[in-house]
Design a protein around this ligand. Structure first.
Ligand SMILES: Cc1ncc(COP(=O)(O)O)c(C=O)c1O
Ligand SMILES: [Zn+2]
Length: 417
């Protein structure tokens, strides 16, 4: 690998080769990929990146693969939507939605991490590819495995939304639903990875998987004309995304692609599963595990694998955290849909609702630029909005019926607020 120098323990800094290793055998700390930034700096220019296809591999010097990308050729480079109507509604000056609800091919940010993990899985010789998942990751692993012709096993808690289950099954992996929550599933998969020698995207391939999440941060800066926003609000479940957005910004600075102050990064969780926010508020270094109970199932992880990194990334950037109730989450899903025409799932609603709280309490000043991470698609979890969406008006075929309906209804004025 031209730019990768190996793996390094995040805690004790011990070094390891770039193999399927994910935990330090000396201190049990997580392993991270290291790069030769001087070499990257020489070879990776803005012009070179901009001349490449609009997918996540345009930042390939900072991604941990040896050969050519095997999958994800249409993943990433999702829209950074300037959300002016939403900004006005909540009283801020400059607001963006980084919209991975339309990521290819499975409509969540997970297509980034899986593209990298799957490519690396093939390079490392794994024939079976799998994951422990709250739904979106299983969808993505199943789709990318199908395209690569890999055998696939995805493990999920048995209470997921029906569309999330079907959204894996359609690609014909073996879906295994476990009686238990995500943290139980994860524990089981750790044993299976070891015993069966399979490649699990978010377990023994985690060091590579996590690198894929950096592309979300690279794109934000590129799409802002190679500048940093002032604030980013990210959801937290296992804790992959948030610290890798921070790492992406640091790396862009390190290799000279972007200058200026690093953004402040804020964490968002559902009140029914907020181990990281609790730890932030209590001043803990590691989150205390919780038992999840929230409508935001995709982010219902009570014992986040990368909780320590999230806390470190938030604190060192001067950021803060907030949690939102299920009802606030659904309100925020609706607000984004009504103002910007984007339908996100409860994870996106959580991020939005928490951002609004941080703006209200002054943690995010109203006149500074803000990016909100929209990481999943609302059509996968549409049923959670059933109680909030008005039923269609039922009319006959004649125009007069419609005329009567218009006379008797204030609905049009109500939608044009
Ligand atoms: C839609 C969505 N957003 C955000 C996350 C957060 O993931 P993590 O903190 O593990 O990166 C997940 C994953 O589990 C997800 O499915
Ligand atoms: Zn270590």
């Amino acid at each position: 690998m031209r730019y990768v120098t190996g793996l390094q323990c995040h805690l004790c800094k011990a070094k390891f080769p770039a193999q399927a290793l994910w935990v330090c055998d000396k201190c049990l700390g997580p392993l991270e990929v290291t790069y030769d930034y001087d070499a990257v700096k020489r070879d990776m220019t803005r012009e070179k990146i901009e001349s490449r296809p609009r997918n996540l591999w345009r930042y390939r010097e900072l991604l941990p693969i040896e050969g050519e990308p095997r999958t994800g050729l249409y993943s990433g480079y999702t829209p950074l939507v300037k959300a002016d109507r939403l900004a006005k509604k909540i009283g801020v000056r400059e607001l963006y939605l980084k919209d991975d609800s339309v990521n290819h091919p499975t409509f969540s940010y997970k297509d980034r991490v899986v593209s990298v993990a799957a490519t690396r899985a093939v390079e490392l010789g794994f024939e079976v590819f799998g994951c422990a998942s709250t739904g979106n990751l299983a969808n993505s692993v199943s789709a990318h495995a199908a395209r690569l012709g890999l055998q696939c096993y995805v493990f999920i808690p048995n209470d997921l939304e029906p569309s999330k289950i079907l959204g894996s099954g359609i690609y014909a992996p073996q879906v295994v639903a476990i009686k238990g929550n995500y943290d139980d599933v994860n524990r089981l998969c750790t044993q299976i990875a070891e015993k069966y020698g399979w490649g699990f995207a978010n377990i023994n391939l985690r060091s590579y998987y996590a690198e894929g999440a950096k592309t979300y941060g690279f794109e934000i800066a590129e799409q802002l004309g190679w500048t940093f926003p002032r604030h980013v609000v990210s959801p937290v479940a296992g804790g992959t995304l948030l610290p890798r957005i921070a790492r992406a910004f640091r790396e862009l600075k390190e290799v000279g692609l972007v200058s200026g102050d690093l953004p402040t990064i804020h964490a968002a969780q559902a009140a029914g599963c907020a181990p990281v926010i609790n730890a932030l508020h209590a001043g803990l270094e590691f989150p205390d595990p919780v038992k999840p109970n929230t409508i935001a199932r995709s982010i219902a992880i009570g014992n986040p694998a990368d909780g320590f990194q999230v806390l470190h990334a938030v604190r060192s950037s001067g950021g803060s955290g907030a949690m939102a109730t299920d009802s606030e989450i659904l309100d925020a899903v609706q607000l984004i849909a009504e103002t910007e025409g984007i339908f996100t799932e409860p994870a996106g609603g959580t991020t939005m609702a928490c951002a609004m709280k941080l703006i209200e309490d002054g943690s995010i000043p109203r006149d500074e630029s803000i990016v909100i991470c929209i990481t999943g698609n609302g059509y996968k979890t549409a049923e959670v909005m059933n109680s909030r969406v008005k039923a269609p008006a039922q009319l006959g075929r004649g125009l007069s019926e419609f005329d009567n309906f218009m006379e008797g209804s204030a609905h049009f004025a109500a939608t044009k607020n």
